[in-house]
Write a protein that binds this ligand. Sequence first.
Ligand code: ATP
Ligand code: MG
Length: 262
Amino acid sequence: MAEIIAIVNQKGGVGKTTSAVNVAACLAAAGQTTLLIDADPQGNSTSGLGISKANLQKSFYHLLMDEARLEDIVMDTPVANLHILPANRDLLGVDHDLAVKEARETQLKRLLDSQLRRPDGSDKYNFVIIDSPPNLNILAINIMAAASRLIIPTPPEYLPLEGLADLIDTFKRVRATVNPRLSILGVLITMYMATNNLSKEVTQNLRQNMGQLVFDTIIPKNVRLAEAPSFCVPIIMYDPRSAGSLSYQAVTREIMDRVGLK
Ligand code: ATP
Ligand code: MG
């Protein structure tokens, strides 16, 4: 089965989309056939890879409502081996639509379980990376129910950290109910500022409290990472030697290591 990794944090603006797009691109560049699922009505992963949100015939919403099949929605991206299930505003009312479904928390899991394989039983993708919305609503629960592992990006500041306890409670509840094999692959420190004492302090704190769960690699604050989406490509294509690019390549190696790939 494909490794399904969801990038989650109910706090907004912590680097979920930046991490999802760039980790997915680095995995693809390492030869891993990868599907990026944009599961956020903001559609930032979609537009960040140059796909026009306004003109989508079908999107992730239609998969989730079982109105279209994965292979009819998936699109190519500027990166070889990287495919995307795009999203747009269609997803805005999805919690309401899911609430009336019978198995409302496991709708996505059921659909992916059956559609991520070819008829001969082989996997279509080595990795599926899911970019999540900034909340813990029913869609977010569906994402955690469908994933095998979670990556939690967080800037090293106190406010974003406050939400971590709620997120971990939700993770435990999902694991205890609909997805017993779910695990946390790692906490990823994002937007780190080496000149800022708070960055250093909170990072130290996180490592003390969460130990090995925190990735060794730290993603620095790097303006090239913020610029890349407006050029519709991931950082490894926009500025491959930038600090942001090198850090996403390094954390991708850690991710492959942690899931048992070299
Ligand atoms: P949302 O919760 O709204 O979906 P998010 O968690 O997906 O937000 P991003 O969109 O990845 O967060 O990042 C928020 C903003 O910060 C974006 O403008 C992004 O380009 C910028 N950004 C993310 N990571 C970095 C970084 N390491 N250095 C500089 N800018 C960054
Ligand atoms: Mg986002």
